[in-house]
Design a binder for this molecule. Structure first.
Ligand SMILES: Cc1ncc(CO)c(N)n1
Length: 215
């Protein structure tokens, strides 16, 4: 997924060290070759169910900050239809892998969702949007990376198909466009804060894979 202009290009540059660690991560490599331990995936999934609910909440709060009606409706649609794509994926694995959702959040998911909800509640529209974007951008590109390296008859195929799919790509592209548009009128201090929030979210993604692979 390409940046949509100078600012999102700079965001992608800023996150390169994190992105390189993500695509080199054993969670990602093992998901691609189908050898990821059931316990690791089950931990990941049971936590991601909780994560997604808070992400939807944060997106709804973000939609309330949007001044442009097209952006407001984009974030409402992402919070509903976009999240539904992932909930369908979760339900598939919960059923087929006989996983139950977690009763409480793990340390990383708690920290990550607190971070997203804090930003969506208290930060400016631009900073909150930048904090929420990596979740989409990273998963889409990680999905595209995995599909190039994936083995056939992979038991995690539905995960791969979902994240590298056109629907998820559509939401990711439009989210990047919105962040680019916001940056056009943002001050340099604001843009620095947007970059910080973006990179921090990327680090949480990495921490989550670290946590899952240890299970
Ligand atoms: C932790 C995490 N990040 C991103 C996504 C993709 O929305 C997800 N499902 N879970």
């Amino acid at each position: 997924m390409k940046p949509e202009g100078d600012f999102t290009h700079s965001l992608w540059e800023a996150i390169q060290p994190v992105y390189n660690k993500l695509i080199d991560h054993s969670f990602v490599n093992k998901l691609a070759d189908g050898t990821l331990a059931h316990t690791s995936f089950a931990h990941y999934l049971s936590q991601d169910v909780l994560y997604i609910r808070d992400d939807a909440k944060a997106l709804k709060e973000l939609s309330e900050k949007a001044a442009k009606s097209t952006e407001k409706s984009f974030f409402i649609s992402l919070a509903n239809d976009g999240i539904a794509i992932e909930q369908e994926l979760h339900n598939h694995f919960l059923e087929h892998f006989k996983v139950i959702e977690a009763k409480e959040k793990s340390p990383v998911i708690k920290a990550y969702t607190n971070f997203l909800l804090e930003h969506s509640a208290k930060s400016s529209y631009g900073i909150a949007a930048a904090a929420l974007l990596p979740c989409y951008w990273i998963y889409y590109v990680v999905g595209k990376h995995i599909v190039l390296n994936a083995t056939k008859n992979n038991k995690y195929q539905k995960w791969i198909d979902t994240y590298q799919g056109d629907e998820f790509g559509y939401y990711t592209k439009n989210f990047i466009r919105i962040v680019e548009r916001i940056a056009k009128t943002a001050s340099s201090t604001e843009k620095e804060k947007m970059t910080d929030a973006f990179v921090t979210a990327g680090k949480f993604e990495l921490n989550f894979f670290n946590e899952a692979i240890m299970k």
